[in-house]
Write a protein of this length. Structure first.
Length: 765
């Protein structure tokens, strides 16, 4: 027997007329803590909206006595609109319906003085935050190149998401920045914000949490005010949001949270799936209502997704079902390489379009942004309209535009727009005043900016440091221009990205975003492998960039799996289901078993975006960072129930069918796939459970070593090793101290230790 009474007799049956039995129960059980465990496509928004309207319509609370929290402004607007259609103007009296941060800001305005602020405080954005941190770093004699402001900003955001003030940092957290100065800089930053009467987004909740913890009267005021608390997407809450909600709900315990532990995929933003898993422990006597009837997908899709997610141990458990007809099984397609993957998807989309399926109802969901490049190029070739959702097209991303600008200046020294973009990227100490002087000199002489930079470097117009910087940059361009005639466009790009300091700049940021940008740059170099000359590639890019179909035309959607959460499409294509791509090797390396389970939840989310058909693709080979590597299918493919999948392989190039065997996952981080050329584990007609090393010996590129994402390393020279005496045109004579791929650490006689590419040195006589 549930210890809390249910709501009185309904005043308006129309509010719940269209709901199924569990949804109605979630609306009518108004008293006490409740977890609405809502699977994908089960109508949780309809239930949550009806519950909110029911509370107000039946006068269980005034609109101002209900706290309803969402994660996005869009979700808050949708909730307000839906409730308004049910209860009319009364929705206008709901000041506490909004996002965590908007409600936190409202509370903080009322009690700003308790946080050391005035009520007219300013909320700073990311750019202002970075500028402020850079000022603090400079003022405290710290090398910003070694300890970037962006890295510190990421750490501070993480600490605030966990509800940690500067004094709360332990020794491990303190060591994460500037060799034990993390706490110092966090405190300096908070002090500076208070002096400016400002706060960042993280403060909107952290300050309020601190106030509620230290001022009992304020806490009791809000506990008394909020008769009911409703929370959407509870599985995405971070620690500070969780602590904030728990404090507010302790007195009345009339808290209803809606979420799905199987769709918790944002740990990199600070979300903690443990919050929803321990709800019953936090609120003893709570009721769990499972919404399991799916209104989106076919039984085949649901059964496949449910079989996959059942491999996770950290979950509450539910079984999705639907009244829809069975539909098609999931298609698993094995292809030879990524270009064939893109061709195959393009052909499938064109076939569906001929059969009358609208392009707007088709989506390609990728694990990493760099995967979109292959599809964009293919769709441009065949004239298929597409849109990139939640990000830029591949060639429009900032790091790609920067790299292309370098290449354009190499190919055409008179390209002033390209030169202007990168003359101070990465930072070289050349500001806007330097650029203005370059423009003035260029106009006077009627020459390009690059030529003006070369001339002005020989004058006293700039300080010595700026002159030397300009001269070094122009020498670099001259060297790269000479190199362009002797190496492939791809190798040229890798060299420029490395020597210009762009790789080092991104590595120094030490963030997931910078790691993704490095992957994109590696994919750019990989794309250039297909072109004989730099000019051919730049012409191709120009055509791609010019492809901008009218917004009102139907387009295929390309986006990441993370960005697709909450969306649905008739036809979904999921490429790149190979070990190392998905699940992401970087995620596994950083998070171990917890990250593996989150990657599996991401796979579950991706599959359940499909209403009608879902197609998964994996490639036997993939060019990663410019080198062919052999691939085995994702472990998630092996975990899909065989009765709900159709598998086909379309390998080309005369390759033998790959053979391998998955372990039984007793240790998921052992060697999960080992070559088994003479042994095959079958799972039904035509199914090879996993893949792997039996390849046709041609081409030999398949057997080359994988290139590192961070260093763009090429195959090292065999005639150079540690201890070799070498000569470099710029640094002179030196002795090789260490070798990593094609990168050498050399102790030069005149300039000390330098890191150079081995192709730019020769053995000393």
């Amino acid at each position: 027997m549930h210890p809390f009474p249910t709501s009185p007799a309904p005043a308006d049956e129309a509010l719940i007329a269209g709901l199924n039995a569990p949804q109605r129960e979630a609306v009518l059980t108004t008293e006490g803590p409740m977890l609405m465990l809502a699977g994908a496509g089960t109508g949780k928004t309809a239930a949550l909206t009806a519950r909110l309207a029911w509370l107000i319509q039946n006068r269980l609370a005034w609109p101002s006595e209900v706290l309803c929290v969402t994660f996005t402004n869009k979700a808050a607007r949708e909730m307000r609109d839906r409730v308004g259609k049910l209860i009319g103007p009364a929705v206008e009296g709901m000041p506490w319906l909004g996002t965590f941060h908007s409600i936190g800001a409202r509370m903080l305005r009322r009690h700003a003085e308790l946080a050391g602020l005035q009520s007219n405080y300013t909320i700073i954005d990311t750019d202002d935050q970075l500028r402020l941190l850079k000022q603090l770093i400079q003022a405290n004699d710290l090398d910003e190149k070694r300890w970037p402001a962006r890295q510190l900003a990421g750490l501070i955001d993480r600490w605030k998401n966990r509800g940690l003030n500067p004094a709360d940092l332990d020794a491990v957290e303190n060591e994460l920045y500037a060799n034990g100065r993390g706490q110092q800089f966090y405190q300096l930053y908070q002090d500076r914000l208070k002096a400016l009467n400002a706060c960042d987004f993280g403060d909107l909740l952290l300050h309020v949490l601190n106030i509620l913890r230290t001022h009992r009267d304020v806490l009791e005021q809000y506990q008394s005010r909020f008769k009911y608390i409703l929370v959407d997407e509870y599985q995405d809450t971070n620690q500070v949001q969780y602590l904030w909600l728990r404090l507010l709900a302790q007195q009345r315990q009339n808290i209803c949270v809606v979420g799905d532990d199987d769709q918790s995929i944002y740990s990199w933003r600070g979300a903690e799936v443990a919050n929803i898993l321990r709800f019953e422990k936090d609120f003893p006597g709570s009721k769990i209502i499972r919404l399991e009837q799916n209104y989106r997908s076919t039984p085949q899709i649901l059964a496949a997704a449910s079989g996959l997610i059942s491999e996770n141990s950290q979950r509450l458990g539910k079984t999705l079902w639907t009244e829809r007809h069975a539909g098609d099984k999931l298609r698993i397609i094995g292809v030879w390489d990524a270009p064939e993957e893109a061709r195959r998807v393009g052909e499938e989309i064109e076939r569906l379009e001929r059969e009358g399926a609208p392009l707007d109802q088709m989506a390609i969901l990728v694990r990493a942004q760099y995967q979109t490049r292959e599809f964009e190029d293919r769709f441009i070739t065949i004239g298929l309209n597409y849109r990139i959702v939640g990000g830029f097209r591949f060639y429009e991303r900032a790091e790609i535009r920067d790299a292309l600008a370098y290449l354009r200046v190499v190919a055409q020294p008179a390209d002033d727009l390209a030169f202007e973009r990168i003359y101070n990227t990465p930072k070289r100490g050349l500001g806007s005043k330097a650029l203005e002087k370059l423009h003035v000199h260029a106009r006077r002489r009627g020459i390009p900016l690059a030529a003006a930079a070369l001339e002005i470097a020989d004058t006293d117009e700039f300080p010595a440091r700026a002159r030397n910087t300009l001269l070094a940059l122009m020498r670099d361009f001259a060297r790269w221009r000479d190199l362009a005639g002797t190496v492939s466009p791809a190798e040229l790009a890798r060299t420029i990205i490395e020597e210009a300091g762009y790789t080092a700049m991104l590595q120094a940021e030490r963030s997931a975003e910078s790691a993704g940008r490095l992957e994109n740059l590696a994919e750019l170099a990989r794309a250039m492998e297909e072109y004989e000359t730099l000019g051919d590639f730049l012409e191709h890019v120009g055509l791609v960039m010019d492809n901008d179909a009218a917004d009102d035309t139907e387009k295929v959607t390309i986006m990441t799996m993370h960005g697709a959460k909450g969306l649905e499409f008739e036809h979904v294509f999921l490429p790149g289901w190979e070990e190392g791509v998905f699940p992401s090797q970087r995620a596994l390396d950083e998070g171990g078993l917890a990250s593996l389970e989150e990657e599996r939840r991401l796979a579950y989310v991706a599959i359940t975006r499909a209403r009608k058909r879902c197609t998964i693709l994996h490639a036997a080979n993939r060019r990663i960072y410019g080198q062919w590597t052999s691939s085995i299918p994702s472990r998630f493919i092996a975990e899909l129930p065989e009765e709900h999948i159709d598998q086909e392989t379309t390998l080309t190039g005369g390759a033998s069918l790959w053979r391998a065997q998955w372990s039984e996952h007793s240790d998921p981080f052992a060697d999960v796939a080992r070559a088994q050329p003479s042994r095959t584990m079958t799972r039904g007609p035509g199914w090879q459970r996993a893949a792997a090393t039996a390849y046709d010996p041609a081409p030999k590129r398949v057997q080359e070593a994988t290139r590192s994402a961070a260093s763009f390393a090429a195959k090292p020279r065999s005639d150079i090793a540690a201890g070799s005496r070498v000569f470099h045109d710029k640094f002179g004579y030196g002795v090789v101290a260490a070798q990593e791929g094609n990168k050498l650490e050399i102790d030069f006689e005149g300039t000390g230790r330098k890191r150079v590419i081995d192709s730019f040195v020769k053995l000393a006589e």
